[in-house]
Design a protein. Sequence first.
Length: 366
Amino acid sequence: MTQPIKLPFYAKLSCILISLISFAYIFCIAKDVITPVLMAFLFAVLLLPIFTFLNTKLRFPRHLAAIVCVLTFAAVIIGILVFISYEVTDMANDFDTIKKNANVFLSDIHRFVKERFHISIGEQKKYLDTVTKDSVKNGNATIGSAILSITDLLLDCTIIPIYTFLFLIYKDHFILFLAKLINKENHIALRDILSQIKVSINNYIVSLILEMIVVSVLTSLGLWIIDVKYFILLGLITGILNLIPYIGILIAGIITVLASLTGSGEISIILGILIVNVIVQLIDNNLLVPLIINSKVEINAFVSIIGIIIGGAAAGISGMFLAIPLLAILKIIFDRIESLEAWGYVMGNHMPRKFTWRIRRSKIAN
């Protein structure tokens, strides 16, 4: 029987780093292909309990069970988008009011800048005209990028349900493929890893949905209290955009401020919106995320932030969304492989209260 090769620490570290760099490079150059596959994998894991129930309990054929799961999931997403579209169309009818209140708001800003910073309104308008001309010059490139982004989004919306359907159909096929890759004596560890990955991803996505609902309700309630029109729509948009780490809440705040101009252009309303967003974010970051998200994925904040930044740099918003579940999968794998256990520990959020070096001192012979 062949014995496993024992490498020194620096050799193992080099192999691990080379492997991680190689995977990251492959992901960067093939992100347009890999990202939809990973998104479909997450959705397939989320829908797996429904698929199993339909296939085993109700005796649906595998293909029919997969189709029902995908169509149900798509119907929920389409329903949310239809509601948002309907509300946005209703909001568009107030365009004249938005334009009027926007002019009032800009006039107040001009006066504030003039009084506090002693910059005349003419100089401010001259600067804005210069910025506008520069934006128009770069408009063609921006429009081209937007068209490409919309095309990619439509393609992903078409292909992700297909990938999800195929993942559900070939679930056992992929598991058998993984079983053939490793020795039979390691099948127990493989089963444990796959089981924990399924539980972790399910818990994470369900936690995200729960967080989105709570943030939407809290934001809608706050906007209703300060008498902002379309508070339900704006709360829902805030909850959805909150799924995008860091930048999502900023985009939601800008949209809410612009939408508030349908009612009034007063600065007090703008300040009220900012206060509502800050309060909701404090509740989200200090209560919802630690209780709902971190308790499920068990990834510490330091590793999460680095992973989100790397994911955003590699694949944009999709990469930021995929960062946490991918880190959770890596941690599960590292925790169950003895040689990689230290890396799984450093990714976790279990901090020791106190650490004391325990070094055995060798007895010096007289």
